[in-house]
Write a new protein. Structure first.
Length: 153
C-alpha cells in the first residue's frame, strides 16, 4: 500500500474536522488554508468522504463540513479503503479487493506469503487507529517544544 496525496489529504482533512468536532461546520476554505491543501482538490476529496458517510456538509453562506460520526468511530483503514482501495501491497492478498495473480501456484507462492504478512501488519495497525487517535497525536505533537530540527528556513 502506498498512500497517495489524495489519501493523505483525506486523512488530514478528517483530522482537522476531528479537532473541531461538534455540531458546527467548518468552512472548506479554513481547512484548505490551515492544512495547505488546494481548495478545488479538497472539495473533491470532501465530496468523496461525504459519499462514504465520513463527513456531512451544509450548503450556503454558513456552509461547510463536519464529521458524520464521532472521531473514535472513524477507522483509518475504512477511510483509506474508501479513498485508495486495497491496503494490500499486491492484489492477490487483499481481503476486500482480491485480484487473481499470475503465480503458477498461488497457495505456495513465497512472495504472496510475505506480502500477506505485510498486509496483515498494515491492516492490523490501521484497523485499530481512528481519527480520534490522529487528533490526539496532533495535539500532543503541537504541545511539544520545537527542536533545532523543527525550524524551517
Amino acid at each position: 500500500m502506498k498512500l497517495s496525496v489524495r489519501g493523505e489529504y483525506a486523512l488530514r482533512a478528517l483530522t482537522h474536522l476531528g479537532l473541531h468536532y461538534g455540531p458546527e461546520v467548518v468552512r472548506i476554505q479554513a481547512v484548505a488554508d490551515e492544512e495547505n491543501i488546494p481548495k478545488r482538490f479538497l472539495e473533491q476529496i470532501l465530496n468523496e468522504l461525504r459519499n462514504g458517510g465520513f463527513v456531512e456538509s451544509r450548503r450556503g453562506v454558513a456552509g461547510g463540513y463536519r464529521l458524520a460520526t464521532a472521531p473514535e468511530k472513524i477507522q483509518l483503514a475504512a477511510v483509506i479503503r474508501h479513498v485508495e482501495g486495497a491496503l494490500a501491497p499486491v492484489g492477490c492478498v487483499s481481503e476486500k479487493f482480491y485480484e487473481k495473480c499470475n503465480c503458477p501456484d498461488e497457495s505456495r507462492c513465497a512472495l504472496r506469503s510475505v506480502m500477506k504478512e505485510v498486509r496483515d501488519s498494515i491492516a492490523g495497525i490501521l484497523e485499530k487507529r481512528t481519527v480520534a487517535d490522529l487528533v490526539k497525536r496532533t495535539i500532543e505533537l503541537k504541545s511539544q517544544p520545537m527542536g533545532a530540527d523543527d525550524f524551517v528556513i
